[in-house]
Design a protein around this ligand. Structure first.
Ligand SMILES: NC(=O)C1=CN([C@@H]2O[C@H](COP(=O)(O)OP(=O)(O)OC[C@H]3O[C@@H](n4cnc5c(N)ncnc54)[C@H](O)[C@@H]3O)[C@@H](O)[C@H]2O)C=CC1
Ligand SMILES: O=Cc1ccc(S(=O)(=O)O)cc1
Length: 486
């Protein structure tokens, strides 16, 4: 147990619960496999209480004026900033990423909440002129959708709940949050910031448990009006189907398989240095466990050898270690399942003839460490070219023409993040328009910003988070039309 890691509780009906009817499970430090704490798990009794609480919390919170919601949420963001060091340490302990990355995540989360808080004041409606006599007014407004069941994964345990809590609360919704069981500590500290800032205790519930049981239970509850999930395509489809069965609103931020097209004009000199530095940093950030992480790098065939060699050399140099060590550039994967999955991706790619340039193995030490791995020329039939590895594996592919590269980039049934590098404005437009994805970054990887909508097309998801669009997914449109009484 670590003294920097908190005692874990669930938050149900305004109470912090250190024990619950679903039993308990350990939370593991992925850097050394030691137990950090014991997490209580909700059973049906706590889940029902959480849903009922969210109903009560909604009735109260929806009546808080938008300006007052804004003040409370800005305060929550400020508390998050004040507590950033403490929360970042907890995040690193339970998730593994380097502490500086964890701190950036916490501070960025505060900015996300701030932006959505501001949007609470801008949920504008409109007045429409009646077309017939006897009608006084038509008013179209946006109202909060109701209590939200929010499911978030372990790769960004503060950022992803902040996106959902920030937008839902700004809109006037209450929330039952189920953070990942692997990373509940930092989510719990985030929830505390909202409560300490003045969000009514009934309006935020936090439960952990068996993920499938919790989601099935909550989605069926009549109190829950909307389901919001960040996770795999498979889990998104499952929860989306359950939500659709009850005609409940649904937002899904699901997986991707981000391509990176490097144009010929960026393949030498300072251009190539720039692309490689940005690409290796982005690829191995959070050990590749990012839904918009670059995966497939497309380079001109004549440049394949040089690009692959330099990319692999930079990947080999990355310093692996505990996220608490300031020298660490890449931490462990977040849990043991990821290591097994990496090995399956590697075995399948090697078995199908992809060229393994570096890495490919679990690091022989305690903790869930996997070598930064680079493949080249992987057949389209490999699992690596079809499913997101969600880990530190990159694949470098040759292309013959820019149109062929765009075609390959668009070949998968996903479309979340996509990237391209060029110094030519005309090519930048051609790539920006030709690549099919929710977010296309040209000459940089920073597509996720609090001010911009974050979301995917095709199987990568439904709806957006962040930006002015974020809050709208937690509202319904309501029209009130008033006629003369006689
Ligand atoms: N889009 C994203 O940010 C994320 C995507 N993923 C994807 O998921 C794949 C597998 O991840 P793993 O953690 O190994 O496996 P997993 O699929 O068991 O779990 C992924 C996340 O979904 C949650 N989950 C699983 N089943 C659920 C259910 N029925 N209801 C509600 N929540 C559920 C888990 O608690 C966990 O947080 C990754 O390879 C990656 O492709 C995972 C985490 C985040
Ligand atoms: O996994 C999705 C995800 C989470 C966070 C970010 S960012 O930190 O805002 O860049 C990007 C993708």
């Amino acid at each position: 147990m670590s003294s920097s890691y908190p005692h874990l509780s669930l938050h149900v009906a305004g109470q912090w619960l250190s024990a619950a009817s679903g039993g308990e499970r350990p939370v593991i430090n992925p850097a050394d496999e030691c137990v950090l704490a014991t997490l209580p798990l909700a059973g049906p009794a706590e889940l029902a209480a959480a849903a009922e609480s969210a109903r009560r919390g909604f009735e109260r919170w929806r009546r808080v004026r938008p300006h007052d919601r804004y003040v409370i949420l800005r305060r929550a963001a400020e508390l998050l900033r004040q507590r950033a060091d403490e929360i970042a340490t907890v995040l690193t302990l339970e998730q593994g990423k380097p502490q500086a990355e964890a701190k950036r995540e916490v501070v960025l989360s505060a900015d996300i909440i701030d932006f959505q808080a501001e949007e609470a004041k801008r949920l504008y409606g409109r007045a429409v002129a009646p077309r017939v006599d006897g009608i006084l007014s038509h008013t179209v407004t946006r109202v909060p959708v109701g209590p939200v069941a929010a499911f978030t994964p372990w790769n960004f345990p503060v950022n992803l709940p902040s996106r959902k809590l920030g937008s839902a609360l700004a809109a006037g919704c209450s929330v039952v949050l189920k953070p990942a069981e692997e990373t509940p500590g930092s989510a719990m500290l985030l929830v505390r910031c909202f409560l300490d800032a003045g969000v009514p205790p009934d309006a935020i519930n936090m439960v952990c448990g068996d993920p499938a049981e919790v989601s099935s239970f909550l989605i069926e509850r009549p109190e829950i009006a909307k389901v919001s999930v960040t996770g795999s395509v498979a889990v998104g489809k499952l929860l989306g189907e359950q939500a659709a069965r009850h005609v409940k609103r649904f937002t899904g931020e699901l997986g991707g398989h981000a391509p990176v097209i490097v144009a010929e004009d960026m393949c030498e000199g300072a251009g190539l240095d720039f692309v490689l530095k940005q690409s290796v940093t982005a690829k191995y950030r959070n050990a590749g466990q990012v839904c918009a992480s670059p995966i497939r790098f497309y380079v001109p065939r004549a440049q394949l050898a040089v690009f692959s060699e330099r990319f692999s050399a930079a990947a080999r140099k990355l310093q692996l270690g505990s996220g608490l060590d300031a020298a660490t550039q890449m931490g462990p994967l977040s849990h043991a399942r990821r290591i097994d999955d990496m090995e399956r991706f590697v075995d399948d790619a090697v078995g199908q003839g992809a060229r393994l340039l570096t890495g490919g193995h679990r690091v022989q030490r305690s903790g869930f460490f996997f070598e930064p791995t680079v493949f080249a020329e992987a057949p389209a039939s490999t699992r690596l070219m079809q499913q997101e590895p969600f880990g530190p594996i990159a694949v470098i592919q040759p292309y013959d023409t820019l149109d062929a590269a765009i075609e390959q980039a668009n070949a998968l049934p996903y479309g979340l993040g996509a990237y391209a590098f060029t110094r030519d404005l005309h090519t930048a437009h051609r790539l920006g328009e030709g690549i099919e994805a929710g977010m296309v970054g040209i000459n940089h990887f920073g597509v996720s910003q609090p001010e911009l909508p974050f979301g995917g097309i095709r199987e990568s998801g439904i709806g957006h988070e962040q930006g002015p669009e974020g809050i709208t997914h937690y509202t319904e449109i309501k029209t009130i039309t008033v006629g003369q009484p006689f």
